[in-house]
Design a protein around this ligand. Structure first.
Ligand code: BTN
Length: 245
């Protein structure tokens, strides 16, 4: 099947759509393609976490040749297109972006993006969007999560997938023609906690500072008392309310 000039496979049930897409990369069915699934039984999140995959939510993985996009810039264009798609459906909803690629609605996480590289020069961008339901349980005690249904936004996983790919195509084209500066500016216009105090959980410790921007290579710029520091991997918490991991 074809959707918005992407080759597309929609599967009934998979372990992880990232794995299903990576398997296809051995003999790519098209230069860029997307794999989605109605049911995902072993969804993966960032930093070794699992991704609770509830019925009715969107689980999809986009596969792009490495040459088609700069891996440092991809998280920003992917999350910006998610935010734009949500705003298309609900222009008045409070939606914002949190480094590196989370979308927050009313301050709560509604989606996640997991980028992986394959052995044969493909990038897999796994995207989960809480369309119908947000996960619950003690794992979410630290930060709130939300779904579009919680906000009375009526859509379904396939309608959202189509809308998203339209937005993403346009944003990837802008990135190619105008360079990262344009994407960075638009991302920062929608960023949560600009100029505010944040806490960043690194692999082994936590650091704090003011969220001062995004560097050319996609690093988070953290202004500390005596220095400005670049962060390449971590979980950001906005100190305003100590929420949103
Ligand atoms: C995060 O931790 O925020 C990233 C979550 C990414 C989840 C998506 S769901 C579709 C794709 N398949 C996976 O196993 N993970 C990603």
């Amino acid at each position: 099947m074809q959707v918005e000039d992407w080759y597309w496979q929609d599967l009934e049930k998979v372990g992880s759509t990232n794995d299903a897409a990576a398997m296809l990369c051995a003999a790519p069915p098209a230069a860029k393609f997307v794999v989605s699934a109605a049911c995902q039984t072993a969804g993966r999140g960032r930093r070794g976490r699992s991704w609770q995959s509830l019925a009715g939510n969107l689980f999809m993985s986009l596969a792009l040749p490495e040459a088609a996009a700069n891996l440092n810039h991809l998280p920003f264009v992917l999350s910006l297109a998610l935010l734009e798609s949500i705003k298309d459906l609900a222009p008045d909803l409070e939606v914002g972006l949190k480094w590196p690629n989370d979308v927050l609605v009313r301050g709560a996480k509604i989606s996640g993006i997991l980028l992986e590289k394959t052995a044969n020069a493909y990038i897999i961008a796994g995207i989960g969007v809480n369309i119908a339901a947000a996960p619950q349980g003690k794992d979410f005690a630290d930060y709130p999560v939300i779904s579009l249904a919680d906000c009375n936004v009526v859509t379904d996983r396939l309608a959202f997938l189509r809308l998203y790919l339209q937005r993403l195509n346009a944003d990837l084209e802008r990135l190619n023609f105008l360079g990262f500066e344009d994407t960075r500016r638009r991302w920062l216009e929608n960023a949560c906690a600009k100029g505010e105090k944040i806490k960043v959980n690194l692999e082994r410790r936590t650091i704090e500072g003011v969220f001062a921007g995004i560097a050319e290579d996609g690093a988070l710029v953290l202004q500390q008392e005596h220095e400005s520091r670049l962060v390449y991997a971590g979980d950001v918490f906005i100190k305003r309310n100590e929420e949103n991991g």
